[in-house]
Design a protein around this ligand. Structure first.
Ligand code: 5GP
Ligand code: ZN
Length: 118
């Protein structure tokens, strides 16, 4: 897509504050917020403010601006939820399990207990 925002996109609506989210971090390029379905406690999504569908549409600049924030966001989550580790994950494409077609990086906290809810 060449549009910077898609009025029908749920994550664009989160960026614009049109639907609520629990924001963990925000700057001029990215927003990070808690996933509505917490696979583990502190499960967070990091998204570019520009609407891009998936990894195949990201420019190096968008990818760079996004990843530059990830250590800071991971440390904020680590501190807030006392996590022991994280997995970083992106699903790009329907066949890869992508369900929301605005690029997002999952930060999945890991804990000493397997379920993450001790
Ligand atoms: P995907 O399966 O595309 O990699 O991940 C999409 C993620 O977006 C899912 O983990 C899902 O729970 C999350 N999600 C979908 N709709 C909303 C929403 O309205 N708010 C928040 N915070 N997360 C959402
Ligand atoms: Zn979008």
């Amino acid at each position: 897509s060449t549009m910077s925002h898609d009025p029908n996109c749920i994550f664009c609506k989160i960026i614009k504050g049109e639907i609520p989210s629990s924001k963990v971090y925000e700057n001029e390029h990215v927003v990070a917020f808690l996933d509505i379905s917490q696979v583990t406690k502190g499960h967070t999504l990091v998204i570019p403010k520009i609407h891009k569908r998936d990894i195949f549409e990201l420019t190096p600049e968008i990818a760079s601006n996004l990843f530059a924030c990830v250590p800071k966001i991971a440390n904020a989550i680590k501190k807030q939820f006392n996590v022991d580790g994280v997995n970083l994950l992106n699903n790009s494409g329907k066949v890869a399990g992508q369900t929301v077609f605005h690029y997002h990086l999952h930060i999945l906290p890991r804990y000493g207990r397997e379920d993450g809810f001790h």
